[in-house]
Design a protein. Structure first.
Length: 246
């Protein structure tokens, strides 16, 4: 390949990178914005989404999607949609203001009526100065006797927010279904426990994947369990009576 061809190829390569670099300077790091506004931030791997939690409200944001969720309500954002770049989700100044308004409706201390205030630097994006590191190192899942519920125990770095996502695989012919998301925290020893219903996926024989994620820098962990009938090991006299005699 001659020098002219090499130069042309290099110019094309650089031109494809330039928009991404410029875009990274146009947005605000969502993890930093969340911390400033008092939201607990968690990346949900199964949904390729970010969950922001404050007492009374959960905001779900997906890169490239102008629709977002405030609890169970769907809303749309103005400005450019969120985008993913170098392990971070960036959002527009308009959406930062929207998150501030939502935070004001759900104050961390309801008695004071006050909410944290974030100051957005117009000259550049907000940056998270430091990140946690580590992993969800232990994750155990069992079915609660007599119930379509799962008991979850695990260990991760101490005093961090976590999000527990239940995903159901009901059939090889059907796509996976996200059943629920539960926000929690690890204690001072890094341990966590949850007792979660698999509603509305009450289906024996289905696979339930339990995905535990946390803040950026914490490696996600997944465990699976096959659901059985709630009282499969119990002999119930009524089950022995012929149907026609019941």
């Amino acid at each position: 390949m001659n020098r002219l061809a090499v130069g042309a190829a290099l110019a094309i390569f650089v031109s494809t990178l330039a928009p991404a670099v410029v875009r990274a300077e146009e947005g605000y790091a969502l993890s930093k914005v969340a911390a400033d506004l008092g939201y607990k931030y968690a990346y949900l791997g199964p949904e390729n989404a970010v969950s922001l939690y404050r007492p009374g409200v959960t905001v779900l944001v997906r890169p490239a999607d102008i629709l977002f969720y405030v609890n169970d309500k769907t809303e749309s954002m103005t400005g450019s949609p969120p985008y993913f770049y170098l392990d971070e989700v960036y959002v527009s100044a308009e959406f930062v203001d929207r998150l501030r308004q939502i935070a004001a409706r759900y104050p961390a201390n309801p008695g004071t009526g006050q909410a944290p205030v974030v100051v957005v630097n117009p000259n550049g994006p907000g940056r998270l100065p430091g990140r946690a590191s580590g992993a969800v190192s232990v994750l155990s899942v069992t079915q609660k006797p007599g119930q379509f519920q799962v008991l979850i125990d695990g260990k991760a770095p101490a005093n961090l927010p976590i999000t527990i996502t239940l995903v159901q695989t009901a059939s090889r012919w059907l796509p996976d279904i996200v059943l629920s998301r539960t926000n929690s925290t690890t204690d001072a020893d890094g341990r966590f426990h949850a007792d979660i219903s698999i509603a509305p996926g009450y289906y024996s024989g289905s696979i339930i994947s339990v995905v535990v994620s946390s803040v950026p820098g914490i490696t996600t962990r997944t465990a699976q369990i096959v659901m059985t009938p709630p009282n499969w090991t119990v002999t119930v006299p009524a089950d022995q009576i012929p149907r026609e005699d019941r």
